[in-house]
Design a protein around this ligand. Structure first.
Ligand SMILES: Cc1ncc(COP(=O)(O)O)c(C=O)c1O
Length: 405
């Protein structure tokens, strides 16, 4: 039995009030709240273990290193990577994509080669490629989406040419909730000899990830979107790719030998982890993964699916409601909408006054907003701790705001 009431007790922030009203937190696609076990684990590490990792012979350093490397193993198992050498710790999805953009373009691409993304990408899967395109004369192409916010495989196929060196694509859209058929797209790309990077920022918290089954070459995720701390993320890369790519940043930890004449580097993943890592955050992330697994990814997915379907059903009863993204295919726990001519910022601000936290604006997806023909939307996004009562509060809130205009 999925006991959402009990789950909510793990998140004290959810019982606070804003403006004298119970908080209804529906901005989970931006960041999730943290359960007590994650906060406790990090506090305990600072209180009892804290020491720099990998370098010390002393007890605390070894204990901190053990926790840090145990976290790597936890992530490996969570995404089903073959080996911990395929798990690179970064600051988040953004840094993971920048790491690949910089090192892949530097070592694998020539002027005129193409990177292909889609019209539904977050800026963090657009701008790193644009920076490289400007620097190296690489061409960035974007696959169009259908009016209901999906990809059609014919257009994907049309965009994969002999100049394409990488397909970089979001698993789940942070605006539309569209779940892209990654396995199918990877096969299509691999049949043409093209590797694939998957932006998993929005999928890792919601669905079971199996990088071997997806067969993607790179997978990026953010800890803070999956109940872990901020400032920690992961880049999964197939071993052969990580061996091939040059270092991303230089410094301590990532070297083998340094002399004035020549420096040699560590093997992956350390090759990509210059400087002191956030070893407390990695332990926090591992604890968040434990938490997710204790509840169960399948149970979480089922709960969020039920909640999203219920929300879609209820929200559609509001006059002049316009929902972005497909209403017929299975979508993730994100609903972007506009009501009549009410500006998204007005709707978001007034909902906030009712205690309801939603996101408004462009959601770091300007090109997608242009494709949708809007300047922004209101976005409600659900997590494992949200309830039907909160959906009812949201719907009543939208109705109330709509009547004010
Ligand atoms: C689809 C997608 N990709 C990438 C990111 C960037 O994640 P971060 O800011 O944690 O690096 C986000 C964040 O909202 C996202 O939704």
């Amino acid at each position: 039995m999925y006991d959402v009431k009990k789950i909510r007790e793990d998140f004290p922030i959810l019982s606070r009030e804003v403006y004298g009203r119970p908080l209804v937190y529906l901005d989970n696609a931006a960041t999730t709240q943290k359960p007590l076990c994650v906060l406790d684990a990090m506090r305990q590490e600072y209180l009892n273990v804290n020491a720099n990792v990998h370098r010390g012979v002393h007890y605390l350093s070894q204990q901190a290193t053990d926790l840090h490397e145990a976290a790597r193993e936890k992530v490996r198992a969570f995404i089903n990577a073959r080996s911990t050498t395929e798990v690179v710790f970064t600051r988040g999805t953004t840094e993971s994509i920048n790491l690949v953009a910089q090192t892949f373009c530097e070592s694998q691409m020539q002027e005129g080669d193409e990177v292909v993304v889609t019209d539904m990408e977050h800026h963090s899967n657009i701008v790193p490629w644009q920076l490289q395109a400007k620097k190296r004369g690489i061409v960035l192409k974007h696959i169009p989406i259908t009016d209901d916010g999906c990809l059609c495989s014919d257009s994907v196929a049309a965009y994969l040419t002999e100049r394409t060196k990488l397909l970089s694509i979001t698993h789940i859209s942070n605006v539309l909730g569209t779940i892209n058929p990654i396995k199918e797209l990877v096969k299509m790309a691999h049949d043409r000899g093209i590797p694939v990077l998957v932006d998993g920022a929005q999928s890792a918290p919601h669905i079971k990830i199996d990088v071997q089954d997806l067969d993607c070459d790179f997978f990026a995720l953010s800890g803070h979107k999956m109940y872990g701390p901020t400032g920690i993320g992961v880049l999964y890369g197939k071993e052969a790719w990580l061996e091939k790519l040059p270092p991303y940043q230089g410094g301590g930890e990532m070297i083998d030998q340094v002399s004035w004449e020549r420096t040699t580097f560590e093997r992956p993943p350390l090759k990509f982890e210059a400087g002191t890592p956030d070893y407390v955050a990695t332990h926090g992330l591992a604890t968040a993964i434990d938490y997710l697994q204790t509840i169960g990814l399948e149970a979480i997915e089922a709960h969020e699916k039920e909640l999203t379907l219920y929300a879609l059903e209820q929200i559609q009863t509001i006059p002049e409601m316009r929902i972005f993204g497909s209403l017929t295919t299975h979508r993730d726990a994100v609903i972007s909408f506009l009501v009549g001519n009410i500006h998204h910022l007005d709707m978001g601000t007034l909902l906030d006054r009712l205690g309801i936290a939603v996101r408004t604006g462009h959601h770091c997806a300007h090109p997608l907003m242009q494709r949708l023909g809007v300047t922004g939307t209101v976005r409600a996004s659900f997590a494992l701790y949200n309830t039907k009562e909160e959906v009812d509060t949201l719907v009543a809130g939208i109705r109330r705001v709509s009547q004010m205009f």
